[in-house]
Design a protein around this ligand. Structure first.
Ligand code: NAD
Length: 354
């Protein structure tokens, strides 16, 4: 069944804003976006829907139980799409505290608020209600050269970020099993696309190359990620919320495995064609010391989502990357103001931790 009143957490972030735009453009749902607006939250990403009568923004912290209770009572959602998180691996290595607070304590607080809300809700709302907990494939740890992550792969997180997301996944599943909260879980591979914060691998490389700056690649650049265009992820999340079974988890991925070095070369090749410089952009590539605890390879088997719910990625990596590069070329109004502070207090932000 299709849900009608959706509370999106983290809707000012990269994926959350794609979800809000998708819901307003492609569905009839009313969308309430609850976001704290950390450095990663940006209301400019919602400009094209901000005047829609079906969209509303509330600035709030998912750790603030009192506010969450008031929001649930006022919005009366039949679906929650929980994306609010601290999401950058390198930042989690430098300072993990916010990751524990938001990803673990915040998820706990939101689950409790949802449970209290449902306890008081009418039978129709209780029947319809779904809580989609949005997570990452990084909870599974690193693969060797072979194999794919499935929904039954053992959790084995390596970074403070992925450990905090793994903890939040366990909480969400426990709230389903223990309290009967109708939770659905999704674990997705690395996303890319428009409105991606410039500290992540793909936008960082596009913008550095455009500025003639070095393109720093961790180690040999051999780490493999499985890339998914963000709008394909947004469609998958809406499908999982509406058609997924409570208590089930679904892996989401684009079957687009690339080494980091391949990704950087692909960006350079597109830029060589669209904005030719004197010399090939790839000459800006510099290999730098590797990230500690750097997982070698992530790759997703999304066949459960494909066969049970009929989802398919629409973009190939080539088409999605071309769209992404063109978007950054056309939308400096969005990224220019963010560029100044990108490196403040962070490691380099090279592998696009989910
Ligand atoms: P993001 O960092 O771009 O956005 C996170 C958003 O959450 C921001 O708008 C921020 O302001 C908000 N936020 C942070 N702390 C908050 C709090 N305490 N209360 C309310 N809002 C808060 O992240 P993203 O890349 O869009 O990722 C969204 C979700 O998807 C995360 O849960 C992440 O773990 C998951 N995920 C991301 C990827 C990826 O490749 N980016 C892949 C798989 C899963």
């Amino acid at each position: 069944m299709t849900r009608a009143r959706i509370l999106v957490t983290g809707g000012a972030g990269f994926i959350g804003s794609a979800v809000c735009r998708h819901l307003v453009r492609e569905t009839q749902a009313e969308v309430v976006n609850l976001d704290k607006l950390t450095y990663a939250g940006n209301l400019a990403s919602l400009r094209e829907i901000e005047n829609s009568p079906r969209y509303r923004f509330i600035r709030a912290d998912i750790c603030d139980r009192e506010t969450l209770d008031a929001v649930f009572a006022q919005v009366r959602p039949d679906g929650v799409m929980h994306l609010a998180a601290e999401s950058h691996v390198d930042r989690s290595i430098d300072a993990a505290r916010d990751f524990i607070d938001t990803n673990i304590v915040g998820t706990f607080t939101l689950l409790e608020a949802a449970r209290a809300y449902l306890a008081k809700a009418d039978a129709a709302t209780r029947d319809a209600f779904r809580f989609l907990h949005v997570s990452t494939d990084e909870v599974y740890g690193s693969l060797g050269a072979e194999g794919l992550f499935s929904e039954t792969t053992r959790y084995d997180p390596s970074s403070p970020y992925s450990a905090s997301k793994a903890a939040s996944d366990h909480l969400a599943i426990a709230w389903q099993r223990t309290y009967g909260l109708p939770v659905v879980l999704s674990n997705c591979s690395n996303n890319y696309g428009p409105y991606h914060f410039p500290e992540k691998l793909i936008p960082l490389m596009i913008l550095n190359a455009l500025g003639g700056k070095p393109l720093p690649v961790y180690g040999a650049g051999a780490n493999v990620r499985d890339w998914l265009f963000v709008e394909d992820h947004a469609r998958a999340l809406w499908l999982i919320l509406n058609e997924g079974q409570a208590g089930e988890k679904y892996n989401v991925g684009g079957r687009n495995e690339r080494t980091n070095l391949e990704v950087v070369h692909a960006i350079c090749a597109i830029l060589d064609r669209l904005v030719p410089a004197g010399a090939p952009h790839a000459q800006l590539i510099r290999h730098v010391a590797d990230r500690p605890g750097h997982d070698l390879r992530y790759a997703i088997n999304a066949s459960k989502l494909e066969t049970e719910l009929g989802w398919r990625a629409r973009e190939t990596f080539d088409s999605g990357l071309e769209r992404t590069v063109r978007w950054y070329l056309d939308n400096d109004w969005w990224w220019q103001p963010l560029r100044e502070n990108v490196y403040a207090g962070t490691r380099l932000g090279l592998t696009g931790g989910a």
